[in-house]
Design a protein around this ligand. Sequence first.
Ligand code: ATP
Ligand code: MG
Length: 583
Amino acid sequence: MGGKLRCLSHRLIVGVDFGTTYSGVSYVPTNMTARDVIVIKNWPGPGRFTDVNNKTPSRIAYPEENSGLTSPSFGFNVTAKMKSYTWFKLRLDRSATTMYDDPDLRQSEGDGVLKLPRFKTATQVCGDYMKEIYQFTMRILDARFSADVLRITPIEFWFTVPAIWSDSAKSNTQQAARLAGFGTRHGDHVNLISEPEAAAITALSRVTTGGSEVQVAPGDRVLICDCGGGTVDITTYLIKAVQPELDFEELLVGEGGKCGSTYIDRLFIQWMTATFGEAFTSIPFERRGPGSKFMQEFEFCKRDFGLVQDPLAEHQITLAMEGADESQNYDADEGKVTFSSEDLESWFRPVVEKILAMLGEQMRQSQLHSGQPINKILLVGGFGDSQYLLQSLRQQIAVVRGAAIRGLGGIMVKSRRCRRHYGFQLDLPYDPSVDDARHKYVSQFNGRTYSRGTMVWKVKRGEKIDENTFICQTVSKPWYKHETLVFKLPFYSCSADIPPRREDHPRVHKIGEVVVDLRNANLNRFKKRWKFRQDSYIYNLQYELQIMFAQREGVLLREGVLFVRAKNGNDIFGKAYIEYDTE
Ligand SMILES: Nc1ncnc2c1ncn2[C@@H]1O[C@H](COP(=O)(O)OP(=O)(O)OP(=O)(O)O)[C@@H](O)[C@H]1O
Ligand SMILES: [Mg+2]
């Protein structure tokens, strides 16, 4: 009994690192410390390598398309012979683009490299994959804590998401996790954490505990460059304290792009297509797409690149291609594709250059905004293991390799920098000095002149945000009795340095609509006037909208945290939630 009571008083923290190419799970009970984080290592399946068992491939095969299967197969269980899907995470975010993205990413969807089964959306495929992860994780936890204890222990799940992701992509991730079953037990919760932040927590807790290649001290400005399969994320932190507890805050708005290590794979696939044409593209996807034996062999070439310094070295990969002629790139007898180190380098180069450009920009920003240089650069993530990448970066800047993401230690960054400007489009009193007369109109309620559709940016890019940050906006709406009491307020973001005054600017993106529901409000609280011509009252529905930055959930807004308050009262008289735009 005593044991049970103790279990009730704590929770389990489970970190889910859902990656483009690999995913991993770690956990720690709240009554333990960061050092006790346990990483799930025994991922099932015959295809597992000995060295990377702490993560399982982000790959799924469906029974509908594979005759031997009765249920979906995931991770190492998916063999090269199966028709399978991977890199689906990249499909969750189609709207947020940065200047550092792989320019061919969108095109790859058409090429089929990033394809999805015809019968599923990206969120569903991610959900299906996460469901396998969920079930396996729950089985492991079950074995570890016993079913009875697990049943009464609330679990807090933390999903990692790239920092560059749009709000709708984050909402998609939440949705996929729910579909998968995460957070569906009573008391369980799904939160999101940005990948560089998760990386920072682990990397920084390592470097403060001694014995590592790099040491950090209070006052240090540490840049963490997380190079994954899909994205590269850069964030800079100011170390505030190391003892008794690590404390750091985000110093600048980070940089990032969809230019991870799979960009190299896509360039290689493009080269194959350009070199061999139909002889290559007519091969079934299972034999040449990501996850095939062919691409696995390429993976080894990629990983080894830079370990030996031999510019003349050649690389060979087995692939039987009917109709491909013997050439310097193809040995038809043996069925082997050959390429040079120079070729391989040409696929690495654009990625390395983008990473260098991002690092340069971040260092410049640090100097600009704080007058202080970044003094430590840590390279983390799977692609961060690349010797070639490390050497190329070292030619220009001093970087060290950080610890790989091993799990979330349960320490949180207290504040971070807002990545985008957020705001509404509102009708403001007309100001002839700045407003265009085209947008001018006269209010039906009070007869005053307003300018339609001016952007009001409520939170600025670069601003510090924390658990308590919220946006507050007073909204007035002239309303006749027969009209609807459910209003939709478009909500916008912008990542330009200086946000524009109007919404039709190319850098302004509509992220969704705040739906305000005043159907249960007491209308007598609002001002009203009799309108003879309409033979009806016109009300001025004036209310205050509060939008929380749901830090823990990682999403900007969620249902239940949007308050609608009466102007002069303190009571909440309506509800509001956000509907994200889907493409
Ligand atoms: N030594 C290496 N050289 C080059 N690339 C490597 C090396 N080791 C791993 N990679 C690449 O790193 C990627 C895996 O890294 P990681 O597990 O951090 O990514 P992820 O979590 O799947 O992706 P993301 O975080 O971007 O969604 C793969 O694309 C893999 O090919
Ligand atoms: Mg990752």
